[in-house]
Design a binder for this molecule. Structure first.
Ligand code: ADE
Ligand code: ZN
Length: 326
């Protein structure tokens, strides 16, 4: 148990965190109260988020996100999330931001939101020692046309802080290839690429993300384990999987952590990183993820050290930032 406590306190690198999905329920309910909005239906009596299954999760997520309206709301959120990260010994984190929620895809509105969040991120770095980088994500179930707008927002504002482009949302809506224009646009702007795939649909989704969107990381990607040839391809191409074990168990992708393929993927030589996805929704944290993996798979501190190094290698930041953190 002493060993587990030491592991929990190790410095961590997190590559897959949705900013809105990291909003603590009391942060959202306080904001709703300030705006005199009643969103009590999305909370349980104990104050946690209430949802059943993935599609309902996305609805509750969007309802909670709805109370975030002004750039200042997002800046406050970024500071609150920075404090959570610091409390979990996270030293570097990439958070997903969505122009669909921040200005509705309008580039000028997006600039205001991004500026507010960049200022908050600079404060978090200075005051809490957590380096933050941003990845713009389009929302798959909103369709390719909206994704195109998100990509244009991202391309216009790419830089030292905004380093990547990706896709989240309902994997059962549309196809990866429908978003090729958006990903090409982001790539041409110098952004690095990732897409949620192989969380709800199988290995063919991961192949499609690699073939059509030419991403270098996969959000989740855990169902790749069902196809040995795909696993070989991930290893050969050094594709990093942004694995979120607690999220997968909470949403029922796997019945329990012991049944999660992260151990098998690691053994096969796939680059895996560990993240929380939407921590308050799934009652998790980076410390809890580390604790669970240490207890369930008997991973020792060397494994977690390797994991953090592999994650930093797969990070989208510039080399100077990577060298400063390592
Ligand atoms: N948006 C927030 N969390 C997500 C997840 N786990 N899968 C897809 N879209 C998401
Ligand atoms: Zn996610």
């Amino acid at each position: 148990e002493d060993a587990v406590r030491q592991i929990e306190a190790m410095p961590k690198v997190e590559l897959h965190l949705h900013l809105e999905g990291a909003a603590p329920p009391d942060f959202i309910s306080r904001l709703a109260a300030e705006k005199r909005e009643d969103i009590s239906r999305i909370f349980r009596r104990d104050g946690s988020y209430a949802f059943e299954g993935f599609v309902h999760f996305l609805k509750v997520y969007e309802a909670a996100t709805g109370v975030l309206r002004r750039p200042e709301d997002y800046a406050r959120l970024a500071r609150a999330v920075g404090e959570e990260l610091a409390a979990n010994d996270v030293i570097y984190c990439e958070t997903f931001l969505s122009p669909d929620f921040c200005g509705g895809g309008d580039v000028d509105a997006w600039r205001d939101y991004l500026a507010a969040m960049e200022e908050a991120a600079a404060e978090v770095e200075r005051d809490l020692g957590v380096t933050l980088r941003f990845v713009v994500t389009c929302v798959r179930h909103l369709g390719p046309e909206r994704a195109r707008k998100s990509a244009l927002c991202a391309a216009e504002t790419a830089g030292r802080r905004l380093v990547g482009f990706g896709m989240a949302g309902d994997e059962n809506a549309f196809e990866q290839k429908d978003f090729a224009w958006a990903f090409d646009c982001a790539r041409e702007a110098g952004l690095r690429l990732t897409s949620h795939a192989g969380e709800w649909r199988g290995p063919e989704e991961v192949r499609a993300a690699l073939d059509h969107l030419r991403v270098e990381r996969i959000g989740h990607g855990v169902r790749s384990v069902e196809d040995p040839a795909l696993v070989d391809r991930l290893v050969e191409n050094g594709i990093c999987l942004e694995v979120c074990p607690g999220s997968n168990v909470a949403l029922g992708v796997y019945p329990r952590l012991a049944a999660h393929p992260i151990e098998t993927l690691r053994d096969r030589g796939v680059r895996v990183s560990v993240s929380t996805d939407d921590p308050p929704f799934f009652h998790t944290s980076m410390r809890a993820e580390y604790r669970g993996l240490a207890r369930t798979f008997g991973w020792e501190s060397e494994v977690f050290g390797e994991l953090a190094r592999a994650s930093l290698d797969a990070a989208f930041c510039d080399e100077e930032t990577r060298a400063r953190i390592a």
